[in-house]
Unconditional design. Structure first.
Length: 648
């Protein structure tokens, strides 16, 4: 499909020049012009060598970038003449090419408009993705040249000051970023002091007089982090499910960010990649979120039902405290990430020719919508610009937690009524998903997975995503009843084999069946049924798997999912979830050159980013996440044994 799109660009470029783009140089001698005249031959040659030659190779295969040499440009300096190299990344919009009176271009556009498939390609021109909406060129100019002057010098190519970089003046940190850095530094210092105090108490064989004095201790928190539990009542198989799902999310985001935050030089390769059925493992990555919803609902009911039963009045009184505990559990770690985004602190971490794109990709939304993130309502407020984009899940989870608390109260008092209500809610959820899929002609796959088109209509909405969560609640209650009554699940060998066959068939079908409807967005009925049933079948498969593992019927599957290493990853999963996306974008936007979209490159990035994320999440967890568990416990007046930590 993208071959047609790239062909359009090729014909457009033919109208400008047979060899390279006809970029006109304007020699009106402003300050920038005077700076160029000051250059000696060697410096002038270096700047020319570091600049794009405005001849992009591989356009027909989707290469829209000619970055020049960023580091060479910034290394240029002539201190005697006070001239430093300034790198600017320019942008030639496709609209500029389309508007040119060229017969070849117009004929090509008319030909492309002739079929619906090709019209879909033209829709990509308006997707907002810089990789799809223009050609990009890097130039090296004297540091006193403004972006406007560079734009005037290179006709047709537009330059923005936020994509210009120079070492002529040291970068000064803004006030907000400085405050954020001081706050994080104080938190690290507090953790070090608390750790030293804790070690002194340990050395003297004394216990801390006040729990809050060791709340930030990396020693105590570290011991709790690596402590391995063998208590089967904790449903150890869930650790493996959550850990694998978390890694699946990272893998999906690595692929997702190739056309967004990387300078891809083979955009057309995406079409061939999508056609390969094996890649449905990536394209179906949205199912990972449903896995977390199933597990979240299951653990919520299972842990709540194991606490002592109380009267209705007492349960209602405890409700605000439960919500406060949940808020204090999630918000501090999330708030640190919001602070890093909103103040722009992350923008001082690295650099690169496309580093200025970070502001639009990550930071601006947090400067405007930070409050919606920490109030967990951003999934219903202009979801096109999410602050800490992956945190939409936390908003949905918090909203479902509040609703689930009310259902659990009913479940304690009138279990049959509550169970009937939950079954009804699951059925209604499927109807809602069918209606959304039918009316919008979306499947939850395809475009929405590679290009963020129409995801706002379904992906972030609680009323569309709640089905797997309630299904998990039903499973949690069922497992609780089995363990409470101490009645083993009796299954014959034949029945057990059949169940495992059903489970694996359901999971594999949910992942790979979407290949047939991947690009079929013109049949609303098929789209609606697939959108509704695919997620439900996947959720049922996960639910059945947990039931068998939790009741001793898991065999080698339960043995594998209960590996101790998965407990560590699960304890870090919330920090990993918060950190991984910014790690991916820092790495991508720091790159100096274009990159090919291949599975090998994606896997190399996945392993590198996963390793970095896990290492950083250990520090993040010990300093910002675990201490708040203790502090929230102190605030709520709970003992250590009464606290159950649910990590996402």
């Amino acid at each position: 499909m993208l071959i047609f799109f790239c062909s359009i660009i090729f014909f457009m470029l033919c109208g400008f020049s047979t060899a390279k783009l006809n970029i006109t140089f304007i020699e009106t001698c402003d300050e920038c012009c005077q700076e160029f005249k000051k250059l000696d031959k060697i410096t002038e040659f270096k700047m020319e060598d570091a600049s794009s030659d405005f001849k992009i190779t591989g356009i027909l295969y989707g290469n829209f970038w000619d970055l020049g040499s960023y580091d060479e440009c910034l290394s240029i300096r002539s201190e005697e003449k006070e001239i430093f190299g300034k790198y600017c990344l320019g942008y030639l919009p496709l609209e500029e090419l389309i508007s040119k009176p060229n017969i070849k271009i117009q004929n090509t556009l008319e030909m492309v408009r002739s079929t619906k498939e090709q019209l879909e390609i033209l829709d990509l021109l308006h997707s907002g993705n810089p990789s799809l909406t223009g050609l990009h060129f890097g130039v090296c100019v004297p540091n006193k040249c403004s972006a406007l002057q560079v734009t005037e010098r290179y006709q047709h190519v537009y330059f923005d000051e936020k994509l210009c970089y120079s070492e002529a003046e040291p970068t000064e940190m803004n006030t907000g970023a400085l405050i954020a850095l001081i706050f994080i530094g104080c938190s690290v210092m507090l953790a070090m002091i608390s750790t030293v105090y804790d070690l002194l108490c340990e050395y003297r064989g004394q216990e801390s007089k006040h729990l809050i004095l060791i709340a930030f201790s990396m020693y105590t928190n570290g011991k709790n982090l690596v402590k391995i539990s063998k208590n089967q009542n904790q449903l150890l198989c869930i650790n493996g499910i959550k850990a694998i799902t978390m890694l699946w999310i990272i893998l999906g985001h690595v692929y997702y960010n190739f056309p967004i935050s990387l300078a891809m030089n083979n955009l057309a390769a995406i079409s061939d990649w999508v056609e390969n059925p094996a890649n449905m493992i990536i394209m179906s990555g949205a199912l990972s979120v449903d896995t977390f919803f199933v597990v979240g609902g299951l653990l919520h009911v299972y842990t709540s039902m194991r606490t002592p039963k109380s009267k209705l009045s007492q349960s209602l009184k405890q409700l605000p405290m439960s919500l406060l505990h949940r808020y204090l559990r999630l918000t501090p770690a999330l708030s640190i990430m919001v602070l890093i985004y909103a103040t722009g602190l992350v923008s001082y971490v690295s650099d690169g020719p496309r580093w200025g794109l970070m502001d639009d990709l990550l930071l601006t939304s947090c400067k405007n919508k930070w409050w919606a993130t920490i109030l967990y309502v951003q999934n219903y407020d202009k979801v096109e610009n999410l602050c800490v984009s992956q945190s939409w899940y936390l908003s949905v989870d918090m909203q479902l937690f509040i609703i689930a608390q009310l259902i659990i109260i009913l479940l304690r008092l009138l279990p049959k009524l509550a169970l009937s209500l939950m079954v009804l809610l699951v059925l209604v959820a499927n109807i809602i998903m069918f209606v959304v899929g039918y009316t919008n002609e979306i499947t939850g796959l395809g475009k929405g997975s590679v290009f963020p088109i129409q995801t706002s209509d379904y992906y972030y909405m609680t009323h569309v995503r709640y089905g797997p969560y309630v299904l998990g609640m039903l499973v949690g209650y069922y497992i609780y009843e089995l363990k409470r009554r101490e009645k083993p699940l009796k299954l014959s060998t034949w029945s057990l084999s059949l169940l495992w066959t059903v489970i694996f068939s359901a999971l594999l079908a949910s992942i790979f069946s979407g290949h047939e409807v991947l690009t079929n967005t013109d049949n609303g009925v098929i789209d609606g049924f697939f959108f509704a049933l695919n997620r439900t079948i996947w959720s049922c498969g996960i639910a059945l798997l947990i039931i068998l593992c939790a009741t001793g019927k898991g065999g080698p599957v339960n043995w594998f999912l209960s590996f101790p290493i998965f407990q560590l990853i699960t304890k870090l999963s919330y920090s990993i979830y918060l950190i991984h996306y910014i790690v991916i974008n820092i790495g991508n936007l720091s790159s100096r050159d274009t990159i090919a979209f291949t599975d090998m490159n994606a896997l190399l990035q996945f392993f590198a980013y996963s390793a970095i994320t896990i290492l950083l999440s250990v520090v993040y967890c010990l300093i910002f996440e675990h201490p708040m568990m203790i502090i929230s416990k102190i605030i709520l007046g709970k003992r250590r044994s009464e606290v159950t930590v649910n990590q996402k």
